[in-house]
Write a protein that binds this ligand. Structure first.
Ligand code: HEC
Ligand code: HEC
Ligand code: HEC
Ligand code: HEC
Ligand code: HEC
Ligand code: HEC
Ligand code: HEC
Ligand code: HEC
Ligand code: HEC
Ligand code: HEC
Ligand code: HEC
Length: 414
């Protein structure tokens, strides 16, 4: 890309702009613009500086450019009072094209004052490449650069952006904390891209549901490979929109390490916060032929009860099923396949026998039991309703009969 931009620039220089460059060199501009006192007033009466320090410009990635490579509408000096906006896309075509297709580009075309132009994210005379720690787009600085708008409550409200504190929440996450120290953790553009930023509902977006495993998988390759074969990933591929991707279990801006007790993926929280929202749901059970009783039967098992009692070392859903490569019991690779149960329980129970491992865990037997209990409960309810109903009816008839007799007796006396 860099070479392409450079050769494009050299070509332009040879073809057209060379004579102009000689006519208006940087030195000529700097006769006035190297003056720290040079200012002007905007339409709204605000004073702005027109000082362009050579030291800043020389340190930037564009140090070899002439001023008029960017301020291309200047043909002679002195120049017009009002100049056109700089078109960075004249040299950086690919970037300009990607921005134009993004949510930001749509806002720019609609002339929204809140929309970011190239300079809002990159700067003007002080542009540095991403790998320079002082750059506005370095991994550590992106939260601040994007946050100028995405942490501004007025901009968020005016544009009805669904997520109201993306930056503050991200900064508390494992990625947010690590980007301040390391180059390999995820910053804004790792998940959203720098230019082709789209809403999560757009299928071309890097954060569209089906695309998320690829986005996270760029860095978490081994886990991606495990997840890819899971019942969840395969169901998703076949159109089961409710099956989970990485962010359904981990969150997105608020991802924490599993050993952090605040994380939904920390062992004792997994049954309630990760698996239950889907596996205890009657709606999903019906839709996918699952049984919601898996969760209740777990909760009533020795493991479930011990977990609620605060014993964190006990088995949670993930201890037996795994978390990324979850497979049905019919799959021989699954830790809950009959042949693998001794090994699965053996992680915590020393030398379990086959019988122990195949004993009632949380499944079918107890579900059936639960269903019988449910049925008995219903029979009781109906029986009680009928008995009480008959009693009320009997008493009512009795009362009417008594009342009639009383009235007859009174009539006789009168
Ligand atoms: C003789 C002094 C002088 C020279 C030489 C000069 N400028 Fe300026 N420049 C000014 C002044 C004064 C203004 C403020 C104009 C105004 O706002 O009325 C200005 C404004 C500008 C602006 C802001 C325009 C806007 O729309 O707000 C740009 C950009 C600029 N100059 C670029 C350049 C470049 C590039 C060169 C060299 C090719 C250059 N100038 C040479 C004096 C100069
Ligand atoms: C990489 C492109 C680029 C180069 C090279 C460049 N400028 Fe600019 N300049 C900009 C952008 C972008 C702005 C912001 C306004 C806009 O978008 O037109 C700007 C704004 C200005 C302004 C208005 C005040 C301000 O800082 O916003 C002045 C004055 C100016 N440039 C002078 C110069 C001078 C003098 C040089 C050469 C030393 C130069 N520029 C080189 C991109 C450039
Ligand atoms: C006249 C052509 C030209 C214009 C206009 C121009 N650039 Fe550049 N830009 C270049 C060249 C050439 C390089 C490569 C410099 C290098 O690698 O040493 C570059 C490098 C960059 C880089 C660093 C890229 C990298 O791979 O290290 C960024 C970021 C950048 N430009 C942004 C901008 C922005 C933003 C604007 C508009 C304000 C702009 N450029 C306008 C020619 C231009
Ligand atoms: C919303 C903020 C934002 C806007 C708007 C934006 N960029 Fe970027 N740009 C980034 C980020 C973040 C990166 C680094 C990640 C990447 O490469 O995607 C980047 C990377 C770049 C690079 C490569 C830099 C390097 O060191 O590798 C160039 C060149 C560039 N942008 C040019 C432009 C141009 C030209 C525009 C306007 C058409 C523009 N950008 C608009 C945020 C932005
Ligand atoms: C100058 C302000 C500004 C900057 C800087 C900025 N954005 Fe935005 N962004 C906006 C506005 C305004 C919208 C709303 C667009 C709309 O209405 O759809 C938006 C929309 C978004 C959306 C889509 C939100 C939705 O409605 O679905 C994402 C994602 C996003 N920006 C990410 C970023 C990232 C990442 C960066 C930094 C690399 C960044 N933005 C920098 C102003 C900005
Ligand atoms: C680990 C990946 C990841 C990182 C890092 C990340 N995001 Fe996000 N972001 C997402 C995902 C996934 C969503 C979509 C959430 C959804 O579906 O509602 C999102 C949503 C958003 C939205 C709202 C879009 C909408 O319509 O709901 C904005 C704005 C946003 N992110 C900005 C940022 C900014 C700014 C940063 C850097 C401080 C950042 N993100 C860092 C993954 C990430
Ligand atoms: C740019 C690379 C990158 C991307 C993209 C990325 N991550 Fe990370 N992530 C990391 C790094 C590096 C760590 C720290 C690893 C470590 O120190 O153990 C990390 C840590 C984590 C952790 C904590 C791991 C642990 O062992 O405690 C989780 C969970 C996580 N990421 C999930 C995700 C999810 C989900 C996504 C997608 C929404 C994602 N990551 C996207 C690089 C990335
Ligand atoms: C069904 C829920 C679920 C899905 C889907 C899921 N995870 Fe996890 N993930 C977990 C749980 C629970 C843990 C904690 C496991 C533990 O304590 O060992 C975890 C642990 C992790 C860890 C840290 C521990 C390790 O093994 O290194 C990373 C990193 C991670 N997941 C990334 C991802 C990525 C990337 C994806 C998508 C490709 C993903 N996860 C999909 C539930 C899930
Ligand atoms: C976002 C919702 C969601 C989450 C979270 C989720 N699942 Fe699932 N799960 C599903 C759906 C939907 C299916 C059915 C897929 C299909 O069509 O076969 C499924 C299937 C399964 C199956 C296979 C069932 C069978 O009968 O074949 C197992 C086992 C399973 N999930 C375990 C878990 C565990 C353990 C967790 C927590 C670590 C979990 N799931 C988290 C939605 C979810
Ligand atoms: C102590 C180990 C263990 C724990 C803990 C556990 N399961 Fe299971 N689970 C199994 C075994 C073994 C089977 C398969 C045998 C059976 O159906 O009886 C199974 C079956 C399932 C199935 C049906 C899958 C199939 O292919 O038949 C689902 C869905 C399920 N469990 C979800 C969960 C959820 C959700 C949790 C946590 C709330 C959980 N399990 C906790 C061991 C466990
Ligand atoms: C993550 C570790 C772990 C895994 C895996 C695990 N268990 Fe347990 N299990 C425990 C702990 C700890 C207790 C003790 C609970 C208590 O203190 O009440 C326990 C208790 C039990 C009990 C109650 C009686 C006793 O021995 O204390 C049975 C039965 C049991 N587990 C069966 C199983 C079976 C069958 C499997 C495999 C399908 C299994 N467990 C997998 C940790 C585990």
């Amino acid at each position: 890309m860099r070479r392409c931009v450079l050769s494009l620039w050299i070509l332009m220089w040879i073809l057209g702009s060379a004579p102009q460059l000689q006519a208006q060199t940087r030195e000529e501009c700097q006769e006035c613009h190297a003056d720290p006192e040079l200012t002007t007033e905007t339409e709204s009466g605000e004073e702005i500086s027109l000082f362009v320090p050579d030291s800043v410009f020389d340190a930037s990635v564009h140090a070899d450019l002439e001023c008029i490579d960017c301020h291309a509408d200047i043909v002679e000096l002195p120049h017009e009072d009002t100049l056109k906006a700089v078109d960075c896309g004249s040299c950086h075509e690919d970037e300009a094209e990607a921005v134009a297709k993004s949510v930001h580009g749509m806002e720019l075309r609609a002339r929204s004052p809140d929309a970011p132009a190239c300079a809002d994210c990159h700067g003007t005379h002080d542009i540095l490449p991403m790998d320079n720690p002082a750059s506005r787009i370095s991994k550590a600085n992106q939260p601040e650069t994007c946050g100028r708008c995405h942490s501004d409550p007025d901009i968020i409200a005016r544009n009805q952006i669904p997520m109201v504190a993306p930056v503050a929440i991200y900064e508390g996450s494992i990625h947010g904390r690590l980007t301040q120290e390391r180059e390999d953790a995820a910053t804004c553009s790792d998940c959203h891209r720098g230019h082709l930023i789209l809403t999560p509902l757009n299928p071309a977006s890097s954060i569209f549901k089906l695309e998320i495993p690829n986005t996270c998988g760029k860095c978490h390759e081994a886990i991606y490979e495990e997840y890819r074969i899971s019942v969840h990933a395969r169901a998703l591929q076949q159109g089961a929109k409710d099956a989970p991707v990485c962010t359904d279990c981990h969150g997105e801006h608020d991802i924490l390490r599993p050993e952090n007790p605040e994380s939904p993926t920390s062992g004792f929280r997994v049954p309630v916060e990760v698996c239950s929202p889907c596996h205890a749901s009657e709606r999903l059970a019906k839709k996918y032929g699952l049984t919601p009783a898996r969760v209740t039967t777990y909760e009533n098992s020795y493991h479930g009860l011990a977990l609620r009692g605060g014993k964190a070392t006990v088995a949670n859903c993930g201890s037996c099923h795994g978390v990324h490569a979850i497979l049905p019991s019919s799959d021989p690779r699954s830790p809950i396949h009959r042949d693998n149960l001794v090994e699965t329980c053996g992680k915590c129970h020393p030398n379990p026998t086959e019988n122990f491992a195949r004993g009632r865990i949380h499944p079918v037997g107890e579900e059936a039991e639960a269903r019988v209990i449910q049925m008995v409960r219903w029979i009781y309810v109906v029986l009680i309703a009928v008995v009480i109903g008959f009693m009320v009816l009997h008493n009512f008839i009795d009362f009417i009969a008594k009342a009639k007799r009383l009235r007859l007796a009174q009539h006789g006396h009168g």
